[in-house]
Design a protein around this ligand. Structure first.
Ligand SMILES: NC(=O)c1ccc[n+]([C@@H]2O[C@H](COP(=O)([O-])OP(=O)(O)OC[C@H]3O[C@@H](n4cnc5c(N)ncnc54)[C@H](O)[C@@H]3O)[C@@H](O)[C@H]2O)c1
Length: 389
């Protein structure tokens, strides 16, 4: 087990890297951020200066030649994941890769092959599964499923067995996104792949993690693969996930809402700060701290989050100015994923989100696009989501 500091290199120093990676890697005592890399030399220089990285480059191959580097973090546009991962795996460096791991199934197979041949770990930042609010949601749902409890007043039909489709759990994921205020990154077919590939891999992965060991077996999708869309994913023992992704919303309100219904109970997680549970006697709401909170005195939950938000935007006349204020970030699981990955490297544990999970999310996203374009429900053959490479 490696006990001294792990040496890191950041590849891609854009918006996300500034919000999460560069800050998270440069401020912890068990990691040394040695390299920053961006094809844009100004971006590399700015990141090196601000986060005090001693080495900067525009060519990721320079990093691969440095024997000191233990792992790389990739936060580039999506089309360059494969060459970077292949080079890192050849050089024996572990890989923390932003989602989507791959844009196509073929890229995904090549990535699986590269990391297995290189004997390195890859962690794909499908971070929602590591969010404390979502982990609590699953925990409460599993507890109720194992030992259902009902309100004393509830009338439960005792004179008949449940019908086959009764008591099948369902996960509804509502995303209200605001496409008019972000760049074209995800929308470019060459470097982004559209919102199903760029974003909805998050929720396809989350559903698979949530309902494991059930496996997805059928998918339907509608709308636009580039922007607003819906997906229904069915699992082999009957669970279902409906994703409703709308690009016409507003960042003035929490983007994500998760609702699980099962066995006369509702488990609700809103904005990564508040979980409420209905239909179960005595189950109190749970509240979750923000990852970065400029106003800790303002209390907990969604209403308090809105109060924080309104205070923060008051008097702000442009987005740049807003970005320079102390960030207000809900806990979507990024740091927990990083912690688990570092642990996996140090103790030689399985990756918290490995190459198979990364591939499966891409495969399901591609399959959703096929379903959407052909206006049909498509099977998810088991051999496709468990490739033997
Ligand atoms: N997990 C999440 O919640 C989450 C949230 C936002 C973005 N992301 C992901 O983060 C990644 C980056 O997104 P972003 O919004 O920061 O994009 P961005 O365009 O702001 O940044 C990407 C950077 O990568 C650089 N780059 C491109 N090719 C490169 C190469 N070959 N070598 C080095 N640098 C290269 C670009 O010059 C740019 O500076 C994407 O994969 C995106 O999907 C993840």
């Amino acid at each position: 087990m490696k006990t001294d500091r792990l040496v890191a290199a950041q590849i891609g120093c854009g918006k996300f890297a500034w919000q999460q990676d560069l800050k998270n890697l440069s401020t912890r005592s068990d990691v040394m951020l040695k390299w920053v890399c961006d094809v844009d030399p100004d971006a590399a220089r700015r990141a090196a200066e601000h986060f005090k990285a001693p080495c900067q480059t525009t060519d990721f191959m320079e990093i691969m030649k440095d024997p000191e580097v233990d792992f790389i973090k990739i936060a580039t546009s999506h089309e360059v994941h494969l060459p970077i991962i292949e080079a890192a795996a050849r050089a024996g460096k572990h890989i923390f890769c932003e989602k989507p791991m791959a844009m196509t199934n073929e890229e995904g197979w090549k990535i699986i092959s590269a990391v297995r041949r290189g004997g390195v770990k890859i962690c794909v930042d499908l971070n929602r599964r590591m969010s404390p609010a979502i982990q609590a949601l699953r925990r409460q749902w599993l507890a109720q499923a194992a030992d259902p409890k009902h309100q004393a007043w509830r009338y439960i039909e005792k004179q008949r067995e449940p019908l086959p489709e009764e008591n099948l759990p369902h996960l509804l994921i509502r995303i209200q996104d605001e496409s008019s205020s972000y760049g074209l990154g995800h929308l470019n077919p060459l470097s982004g792949g559209g919102e199903i590939i760029g974003e909805s891999v998050h929720w396809l992965d989350l559903a698979c993690w949530f309902f494991a060991p059930q496996l997805p077996c059928e998918i339907t999708a509608w709308g636009s693969s580039r922007l607003s869309h819906g997906i229904f994913l069915r699992f082999d023992r009957g669970a279902g996930m409906t994703l409703d992704f709308s690009c016409t919303g507003t960042f003035d309100f929490p983007k994500e809402l998760y609702e699980v219904t099962d066995n006369a109970a509702l488990f609700r997680s809103h904005g990564f700060v508040e979980n409420t549970y209905y239909g179960i006697p005595g189950l109190e709401p749970e509240y979750f701290p923000l990852q970065s909170d400029p106003y800790p005195e303002m209390g907990q939950g969604v209403d308090a989050l809105m109060r924080r938000y309104l205070t923060r935007v008051q008097g702000c006349t442009n987005a740049k100015k807003l970005e320079t204020t102390v960030p207000m970030i809900v806990d979507k699981g990024h740091i927990h994923m990083l912690n688990a990955f570092l642990d996996a490297i140090r103790k030689d544990l399985p990756s918290p989100c490995d190459e198979l999970a990364g591939f499966r999310a891409t495969y399901l996203a591609q399959r959703a696009i096929e379903a959407l374009e052909s206006k049909s429900t498509l099977p998810i053959p088991i051999e496709k989501i468990t490739p033997c490479i």
